[in-house]
Design a protein around this ligand. Sequence first.
Ligand code: ATP
Ligand code: MG
Length: 274
Amino acid sequence: MAVRGHEDAWPRPKSCRVISVANQKGGVGKTTTTVNIAAALAMHGQRVLVVDLDPQGNASTALGMERDNQTRSIYHCLVEDEEIRKLSQPVPDIPNLWCAPATIDLAGAEIELVSLVAREARLKRAFAAYDTSDLDYILIDCPPSLGLLTVNAMVACDEVMIPIQCEYYALEGLGQLLRNVELVQSHLNPGLAISTILLTMYDGRTRLSQQVADEVRSHFGSTVLETLIPRSVRVSEAPSYGQSVMTYDPGSTGAVAYLEAAREIAHRAQTVSG
Ligand code: ATP
Ligand code: MG
């Protein structure tokens, strides 16, 4: 099935789609989704930049970014106006994929940003200074909070993608996230839309997983991707090898599901960016 993906060309968006992967709930699969969707898109000819906006730096680790205390990171972009292009690094083994890494400095950014002018629009400003004509997607991995870093992502993007874990507390806190998106829409970024919801860590053996999936679908309709991401050990192993599951084990159920989800996202490009 993984091979099937290479047969058809995925449509390129007319202009670069900037997508924030956000959910203030921790551990719902934001980073896993960002990394694997980005890898799948890149493996199908799309030119993709991952922006790691989480001080934990999990996306940078999963994409094999080398970091030391000299590394220029997204922190320097937000706080010191460094160009994104200069600090982005190519991802090993996946052509067309780049990552603007996070370093631990970013942990201080929430506080340092407070005193800066237009503190909610620092990332937007950085994107504006960056010629995105040679990119098809920018995916932003957000931290598990609704603080200034996530607000920066929402101001800088066109679309929000929300991963929802298929478990009991999944929907708690979702209202707060939706209200935050509305606030950003009405005050800072009128073009912002929740374009995509992805159900993650689905376990078909449990009624609970099914119930959560049904509830999310009945509430959010076609915003929810058809593809469900199953719970898969291979998905959770991949980051410790500095890899996406797309390269670590392309035939695994998790990799195949992320490929299908990325395909859906790519085929929605026309409707979203039109
Ligand atoms: P945080 O809020 O801390 O940034 P997150 O929302 O980015 O977390 P991830 O780091 O992507 O979530 O995932 C949380 C944990 O669940 C990780 O250990 C990851 O490997 C594991 N995980 C994610 N998706 C799956 C899956 N489909 N199957 C099995 N494990 C998964
Ligand atoms: Mg994360």
